[in-house]
Design a binder for this molecule. Structure first.
Ligand SMILES: [Zn+2]
Length: 117
């Protein structure tokens, strides 16, 4: 699978604390499709995270960012949240987290969930 994307560079998903990157290429292709459907620019505020990342180190279970199948997308307003959530659900993203300033999407294999922060 190509690591050329329409809307993203692979480096945008580097761990912000270590610079490492083990993001799933397939997942970024799905984000490309989500971005296309949404029709507005995405700023990725968090992509891949090493297990040692300060957020992940506190968790008992390995998080979706550590698995390379999660991203946080900055949002400017409630309409952007709505559009991302609608399209992410239609595309079958199994994890959707709704924060004030971003939407988390992931491709978890377990039962689908939505949460707020
Ligand atoms: Zn996240």
């Amino acid at each position: 699978m190509s690591n050329e994307f329409k809307y993203f560079t692979y480096e945008e998903f580097n761990c912000q604390e270590t610079g490492n990157n083990a993001m799933s290429i397939a997942f970024i292709h799905r984000l490309d499709e989500l971005r296309e459907k949404c029709g507005f620019p995405f700023t990725i505020t968090s992509g891949y995270r090493d297990r040692t990342h300060s957020v992940e180190a506190k968790k008992k279970k390995v998080g979706q960012h550590v698995l390379g199948i999660a991203a946080d997308i900055a949002v400017a307003d409630g309409n952007q949240k709505y559009v991302i959530i609608k399209n992410a659900m239609e595309m079958g993203f199994g994890g959707i987290g709704v924060a004030n300033t971003f939407i988390h999407v992931d491709d978890r294999k377990s039962v689908p969930v939505v949460w707020s922060y």
